[in-house]
Design a protein around this ligand. Sequence first.
Ligand SMILES: [Zn+2]
Length: 366
Amino acid sequence: MPETAPGRSPVAAPGGGSGLDAFIAGLPKAELHVHHVGSASPRIVSELAARHPDSKVPSDPAALAEYFTFRDFAHFIQVYLSVVDLVRDAEDVRLLTYEVARDMSRQAIRYAELTVTPYSSTRRGIPPQAFMEAIEDARKAAEAELGVVLRWCFDIPGEAGLESAEQTAQLAVDLRPEGLVSFGLGGPEIGVPRPQFKPFFDRARAAGLHSVPHAGEATGPQTVWDALNVLGAERIGHGTSSVQDPRLLDHLAEHRIPLEVCPTSNIATRVVPTMEEHPIRQMVEAGVLVTVNSDDPPMFGTDLNTEYAVAARLLELDRAGVADLARNAVHASFLDPAGKARLAAEIDAYTASFDGSGGAVPAARG
Ligand SMILES: [Zn+2]
């Protein structure tokens, strides 16, 4: 997938010695922490840019690859916002969503909970009902045509304040699309305390949505405690700083609250200084249920397969260990029990066939 990998992470150590990369590439996977606009690969951005020639974003693939080479974090934010600016009408939303699913199908991702920020689109003038129809149309087409099951997490863009929280909760509860399963909170953590969002999480949870805020990414373990105790978090987005508090790690392990770990993202945003210092091993050793995810994959020069390879290296996993990581994601997902059983069986069958055939890789769909 050259169009999604402008800079494969150098720490992924492709090859893996035992065909681990080939195993990962065909392994049926679930992804639980990945953002909608943040999944727009250069190929998708080029299609969106072609629809809006007045935009500053180049549509030529070579110029786009250059555009996607980030100088620093501020530049990353600038590029991210320029991609947000390309999503202007319901057709852009539909195209983006379906094409993200196509990129997922090429990585053998069978199920994804995509974090969508409807506020960014409705604020830009896309009518809420048209937005919901666009994502739902794309979801149904992706499932039927690509074999990728999508579900939504609607998240509050924390930097946009309480008004965005109010609107996101209202959109989630009043217009609730069929694929919506959870309610989240993203954006900066510093200066944006989690407890202020309690009323909105209360509303979403009362309507039956799961609570999955980002927490403990840019701030310390207290933010994770707040997410758990105040927002009723059932999974934690990142939770990187949890390792600073042994009591918190014990709590997460005891209550089986999964962490959505996104290794390359943590390096790109400088939450963790180097991959060697990534705390994923500490999390696993503390008994916490760890899932591996890609966050904003093309923007961080990664994809889910690369993140699995990174995790395999950091955790020293063989094929069985990598398959267990994939099972963790299925277990931690909000799929219904039948869907979980189906995907787990697919992972088992793939693992058995891979071992039996000496490493032949069934083609990923799409
Ligand atoms: Zn995220």
